[in-house]
Ligand binder design. Structure first.
Ligand code: FES
Length: 138
């Protein structure tokens, strides 16, 4: 970067010196994260029948902002279903993984790690407890 280009630090100093605290706060909030969108909050705990989760796949539960997966028979995982790229809600679970249609990112259904597309950060995992045929998530 050349000396003539403004840096973030110089911008912050200038705004702070001008008494622009609110502007600075808004600027810093917009610059946080990799997409500048909303932060994924932890969903309220919920229950789900295990039979609703296909083996080798999963289900996106938009109402709970969660994706629940079953990579192998009896192995369940749950993740926050908000894409870590630019915070779009995940669309579905497909053969390549949990899918975000906004920019075509896929996430591994066992680990939540990104496997394709622009996302670089894993989906946050939610705790899953199995009680008989019921999953307790969150
Ligand atoms: S927001 Fe999901 S891939 Fe961009």
């Amino acid at each position: 970067m050349s000396d003539t280009q403004p840096t973030r630090r110089a911008f912050v100093r200038t705004v702070a010196a001008a008494g622009g605290g609110a502007t600075l706060t808004a600027f810093l909030a917009a610059c946080s994260g990799d997409g500048g969108g909303t932060t994924a909050e932890t969903p309220t705990p919920f229950e789900l029948a295990a039979a609703q989760v296909p083996v080798g796949g999963g289900v996106v539960l938009a109402e709970h902002r969660a994706v629940v997966t079953q990579p192998s028979d009896g192995e369940f995982h749950a993740f926050i279903a908000i894409c870590t790229h630019k915070q779009c809600p995940l669309s579905s679970v497909e053969q390549r993984g949990a899918y975000c249609a906004c920019h075509s990112s896929y996430f591994d259904i066992t680990t939540g790690s990104p496997v394709a597309g622009p996302a670089q950060i894993a989906l946050p995992e939610l705790p899953v407890k199995v009680s008989g045929d019921t999953l307790h998530i969150g």
